[in-house]
Write a protein of this length. Structure first.
Length: 128
C-alpha cells in the first residue's frame, strides 16, 4: 500500500511538470509592456504587416539565455483585396528563469534596421 501511494504521488508530480503551460498571445497593444511568465511557456506575438510595401517585421533581439525561437510565419488577409495587410507572427519559448526581452523591428530589408518604421519591445520576468 505504501508503495502504491508513493507511486501515485510521483506520478502526480511528473504529470504536473508535463502539464501544458498556457500560450501567451501578444499584439500591438502590449508593446513596451512587461509580463510575468513561467519557464516552458510559449509566447506568440502577432503584428499587422504588409509585405507588399516592402516592409516586414524582423526579430532584432532575443536573449537566447532565456528564450528559444520556435517559429514564425505570415497570416494572409481574409479578403481578396490586393495589397491588404496580414499578420506576421513569431513564437518563442521561455527556457530559463530570469529576466529577458524581445525586440522586433518593422523595416524594408534593403533599407536596413536603422530606418525601421516601427519598433516592438516586450520584457519578461520568467519564474521557474
Amino acid at each position: 500500500m505504501k508503495r502504491l501511494i508513493i507511486l501515485l504521488v510521483l506520478g502526480l508530480v511528473f504529470a504536473n511538470s508535463l502539464a501544458a503551460k498556457p500560450l501567451l498571445k501578444l499584439g500591438r497593444e502590449e508593446n513596451r509592456k512587461e509580463f510575468t511568465i513561467v519557464k516552458g511557456q510559449m509566447i506568440k506575438i502577432l503584428l499587422s504587416s504588409n509585405p507588399t510595401t516592402g516592409y516586414d517585421w524582423h526579430l532584432d533581439k532575443l536573449n537566447l539565455r532565456y528564450f528559444r525561437f520556435v517559429n514564425s510565419g505570415f497570416i494572409r488577409p481574409s479578403g481578396k483585396l490586393v495589397g491588404a495587410p496580414g499578420q506576421k507572427w513569431f513564437e518563442i519559448k521561455a527556457v530559463r528563469a530570469g529576466n529577458g526581452g524581445v525586440r522586433l523591428l518593422y523595416y524594408r530589408s534593403w533599407e536596413g534596421k536603422k530606418k525601421a518604421a516601427e519598433e516592438y519591445k516586450v520584457n519578461f520576468k520568467i519564474n521557474p
